[in-house]
Each structure stands twice: as structure tokens, then as C-alpha cells.
Ligand binder design. Structure first.
Ligand code: NAP
Ligand code: ZN
Ligand code: ZN
Length: 349
């Protein structure tokens, strides 16, 4: 066992504080990773605050992990000591069900094993995430990371990146499509980068006027302030796809109206409350709503390789672990440009 330093939530209401625990010994199929950077996802906040009603405490959040392999088990073939490695939102799955066999481990019929706030397949050993100095993961759930890109800016690709890449790819977004991105935070800024890189005409729909110039720099062709209803109305029957990354409840019908016939609303934002949707908002123009959860291991690797090839990374603000509670407060105000990433060196003694 290896003792590691971490930051953890002890309950839903008090700030995260320093925490120590042990990582398991490296098994035959495991790689041990010294974590260098870990991104801060809004899902960390939902879970720390028990907004999804599934919290297990103490909780060490973090599922946008990059680092270097420091040890490998006897049977490991895909990694060696010194390799860069990434870990995303899950660290195991049943490996047998149709979803696992199809490479969609995130949809495992027995449930994926979350990187944190979950139990290992034994049903009793809690998993702890990337706000920590090391992690031990089965090699089949570890990604290869390019040496070409700035590592701190690669970390958010492991969740914000794949969560937006996967539905845009599944929907076949490309040249000739008009795509809107709703919400300019961690997921939103990656959605703008990918949709634009895939050749679509991209419109940013944001509640923050101050983000207009950034949206254009990220690749958006147009910017619409969502509080300006007159301006929004001009975009009725306009978009082929809207990717909704908003973390809080909002009016989904308003945005369904902006889709053209056969248009699709791709939901990735995960507010805890149920969403009221009008049947008419869908049936009048054969519109549909699709949800999407992160992406499987194979597609996550494809996305990382695509980013290395096309020089796509996240725009990050690097912080020390001790800043995490302020970072959460700022994210709740929409004040993030566009992903906080913890420099894990700040957790080492
Ligand atoms: P984030 O960085 O905090 O960004 C969320 C953005 O949503 C904000 O910057 C803001 O953008 C907008 N927003 C926030 N509150 C709003 C409100 N009350 N009304 C309208 N807009 C609001 O969050 P994130 O890390 O990108 O995560 C976004 C959501 O996706 C979270 O719910 C998270 O849990 C979920 N998520 C889902 C998956 C998945 O697999 N499906 C994976 C990761 C995260 P503007 O300032 O531009 O309005
Ligand atoms: Zn996430
Ligand atoms: Zn499975």
C-alpha cells in the first residue's frame, strides 16, 4: 500500500480539507500513476454537495487525471514506467455486457466503477479520485497521453473533452451544420473547439456577456446573450444541433424552439432536477433530445489522439489544491476561464 495526500469532502456542507489514505498495491494488471494535474469538473461540485443524492464520504473528487506511470504489474503490456497516462471518469466495468463489449463501458449494464464516489467491483472498497498524489488503475482503463501537448491543459480532456467530443461525433456533426453550444464553462468551451474543428458553423449561447470575445477566440462564429429574448427569437428554426452544457435547471423548451425540422438537442449538462419538456416542442418539427455520458475507453483514446493531431487543449487556470473551495465558489458564479486544474505538486510534502 502507498500512503497518498489528498483533498476530500467529509460531508455535503463543509469545505474540502486535506486527507490521507492508502492506494492498493499494484496488481498484475495495474499501473501506478504519479498524478501531476487534475481538472475540476462541475460534476465534482454536484457530488461533493450530494446534489445527485449518491454521495459516499469521505469523497476525494477528481476524474480529469494526467500523470506519469511509476510502476506496472507483471502482466501489463500497454504501459511502462515513465509513460504519460490519463484516467477519466471510470476505472472499471463488468467487461462482459453488450455495452462493455461494444466499447461503451460508461453504459455498462452493471454500472461502471466511477473513479471516485463509487465502490470497486467488490462492492465495498471505496474509490478515490484525482485530487490526490497517486492512483492505481487496471491498465485497460488507462489512456495514453501525448508528450506534445501541455499536460495541465490535457487533463480536462479526460472528462470535458470526451463528454463533448462523443455526442458531437455520434450525431455526425460536420461541415454544413449549424451548431449551438449552450453554456460557456468547462464542457462548453470544449464543445465550441470540437464543433468548430469538425467544420460546423458554431453559435455560442451564453448568459454572460463578458464571455463574447472569448467565445469567438475559441472558434464560435456567432454569440447570442441568452437573456436577450428578442435576439434569441431571431434564431428560431435555425440550428441542426444544440449541445446543452448548462449545470443548472433552465428552460429547455426555449432552446428546442431554435432547432430546425429534425433538429437534435444533445444534453450533457446534468442539473439534479427533472426537466419539464413540452410534447409540442418536439412533435411539431420531429425534433429529438439525446443524452450522452462521457465516452468509452476506445473513443476517449481516439479523442486524445485527435487533440494531439489538431493541437486542441483546454483553456485552463492552474491552481493549488488549497484553492479548491474558492474555485468551486467561482464555478458556481460562472466565473471560470474555462477549467480549473489542480497542480498536484501542491499536495506533495
Ligand atoms: P461549468 O464549467 O461550471 O460551466 C457551466 C456553465 O453553464 C456556466 O459557465 C454558465 O455558462 C452556464 N450556467 C451555469 N449556471 C447557469 C444557470 N443557472 N442558467 C444558465 N446557465 C448557467 O460546468 P462544467 O464542468 O462544464 O459542467 C456542466 C454540466 O455538465 C454539469 O452539470 C456537469 O455535472 C455536467 N457534466 C456531464 C457530463 C456527462 O457525461 N454528461 C460530464 C461532465 C459534466 P454561461 O456563463 O455561458 O451562461
Ligand atoms: Zn466531469
Ligand atoms: Zn458492462
Amino acid at each position: 500500500m502507498t500512503a497518498v495526500n489528498a483533498y476530500a469532502a467529509q460531508n455535503a456542507t463543509t469545505p474540502l480539507t486535506p486527507f490521507n489514505f492508502n492506494r492498493r498495491d499494484v496488481g498484475p494488471h495495474d499501473v501506478q500513476i504519479e498524478i501531476l494535474y487534475c481538472g475540476v469538473c462541475h460534476s465534482d461540485i454536484h457530488q461533493v454537495k450530494n446534489e445527485w443524492n449518491n454521495a459516499i464520504y469521505p469523497m476525494v473528487p477528481g476524474h480529469e487525471i494526467v500523470g506519469r506511470v511509476i510502476k506496472t504489474g507483471n502482466h501489463v503490456t500497454r504501459f511502462k514506467e515513465g509513460d504519460l497516462a490519463g484516467v477519466g471518469c471510470f476505472v472499471d466495468s463488468c467487461r462482459e455486457c453488450p455495452s462493455c463489449k461494444a466499447g461503451d463501458e460508461q453504459y455498462c449494464e452493471e454500472g461502471m466503477t466511477g473513479t471516485y464516489n463509487a465502490y470497486e467491483r467488490d462492492g465495498k472498497t471505496p474509490t478515490y479520485g484525482g485530487y490526490s498524489t497517486q492512483i492505481v488503475v487496471d491498465e485497460n482503463y488507462v489512456l495514453h497521453v501525448s508528450e506534445k501537448l501541455p499536460l495541465e491543459a490535457v487533463a480536462p480532456l479526460l472528462c470535458a473533452g470526451i463528454t463533448t467530443y462523443s455526442p458531437l461525433r455520434y450525431a455526425g456533426v460536420g461541415k454544413g451544420h449549424k451548431v449551438a453550444v449552450l453554456g460557456l464553462g468547462g464542457l462548453g468551451h470544449m464543445a465550441v473547439k470540437f464543433a468548430s474543428s469538425f467544420g460546423a458553423e458554431v453559435t455560442m449561447l451564453s448568459g454572460s456577456k463578458s464571455k463574447e470575445a472569448d467565445a469567438k477566440k475559441l472558434g464560435a462564429n456567432h454569440f447570442v446573450l441568452t437573456s436577450n429574448k428578442e435576439e434569441l427569437d431571431k434564431f428560431q428554426n435555425h440550428f441542426d444541433f444544440i449541445i446543452d452544457t448548462v449545470s443548472a435547471l433552465h428552460d429547455y423548451n426555449l432552446y428546442l424552439n431554435l432547432l430546425k425540422t429534425n433538429g437534435k438537442l444533445l444534453i450533457v449538462g446534468a442539473p439534479p432536477e427533472p426537466v419539464p419538456v413540452s410534447a409540442f416542442a418536439l412533435l411539431m418539427k420531429r425534433k429529438s433530445i439525446m443524452g450522452s455520458l462521457i465516452g468509452g475507453i476506445r473513443e476517449t483514446q481516439e479523442m486524445l489522439d485527435y487533440c494531439a493531431e489538431h493541437n486542441i487543449v483546454s483553456d485552463v487556470e492552474v491552481i493549488d489544491a488549497s484553492y479548491i473551495n474558492e474555485a468551486y465558489e467561482r464555478m458556481l458564479k460562472g466565473d471560470v476561464k474555462y477549467r480549473f486544474v489542480i497542480d498536484i505538486a501542491s499536495l506533495r510534502n
